[in-house]
Design a protein around this ligand. Structure first.
Ligand SMILES: [Zn+2]
Length: 279
């Protein structure tokens, strides 16, 4: 007897089809191509979001390689009919005080890495993924029904030991301007203190669920196959964009703008026949 609900079978099948189609197109060349793309990008570490000499049309790797590009991110998410039978995302350990590892000093965004025993998510049919790092874009990269939010948080998760298939999942948390919860502001206060980056790992632990909407354990989401949104724009990454945004105050958004004055959202990419799942 098949105990897997039809909607979950459909989701798994979608991922399988995507994996297979990506694998089929790159079966023999993928490792070589990844290495080639990474090596190419190592030679061009600087990238920018404007139309200048390091702008998006010059990005290395898969980003502008028409033979390798299939399902790039971000996308404009079409409004559709929700399917409540799709699996919930279970967040574990997000409410525990978590010390942070290094803070990456880069010109493009605020990026923070989590320590050895990070919080994790579990998605029925896909498995368990550990949070590796999270970072911020202003404005949001993903658009929903042609609307971009003031910001988005990308929480990048990896499956331990995974080499092929659905190894990476990004949880996207949209941010709108408004009255934040006390927990959100407490997290942001600690994050802002980490810039410029501290010399050592650790510091004040944070409860990362301050960056999740209150309904995160039963969240509605949009899901689609995508890519890194920075060079080398590697594909095979599954996005789950939570429907409920969180709120940052105008002053908090201004803090991001003060540290990172330039917009850091990649242009919207074509759907290219992708289905967006909607829970
Ligand atoms: Zn991102």
């Amino acid at each position: 007897m098949d105990l897997v609900p039809p909607a979950i079978r459909r989701l798994s099948r979608l991922f399988l089809l995507v994996s297979l189609s990506l694998a089929a197109s790159a079966q023999t060349t993928a490792p070589a191509m990844n290495a080639k793309a990474a090596a190419e990008c190592d030679k061009h570490p600087l990238y920018a979001y404007d139309n200048g000499p390091n702008g998006q049309s010059t990005w290395c790797g898969v980003c502008n390689n028409s033979a390798e590009r299939h399902f790039q991110a971000p996308i404009n998410i079409p409004e559709g009919k929700p399917n409540p039978a799709l699996p919930a995302i279970r967040f574990t350990g997000y409410n525990q005080p978590t010390p942070l590892k290094t803070t990456l000093e880069n010109p493009n965004n605020l990026k923070l890495y989590t320590p050895v025993r990070p919080p994790s998510i579990e998605i029925y049919g896909l498995g368990k993924y550990d949070l590796e790092e999270f970072h911020f874009h202003r404005p949001s990269e993903e658009a929903v029904n042609n609307h971009r939010y003031p910001m988005v948080i990308h929480l990048v998760h990896k499956k331990a030991g995974c080499v092929t298939g659905q190894c990476a999942v990004v949880i996207s948390v949209l941010v709108e301007q408004g009255q934040p919860t006390a927990k959100t502001s407490a997290v942001l206060k600690v994050l802002f203190e980490r810039f410029p980056p501290p010399a050592a790992d650790g510091g004040t632990p944070i409860e990362i669920d301050g960056l999740l909407p209150a309904d995160h354990q039963n969240a509605g989401y949009y899901s689609f196959p995508g890519s890194l949104t920075t060079p080398p724009c590697t594909e095979g990454i599954t996005f789950f964009v939570l429907k409920t945004p969180i709120k940052f105050s105008p002053a908090e958004i201004e803090e991001f703008a003060r540290r990172y004055p330039l917009p850091n959202a990649r242009d919207i990419q074509e759907l290219n026949g992708r289905t967006v799942e909607n829970r």
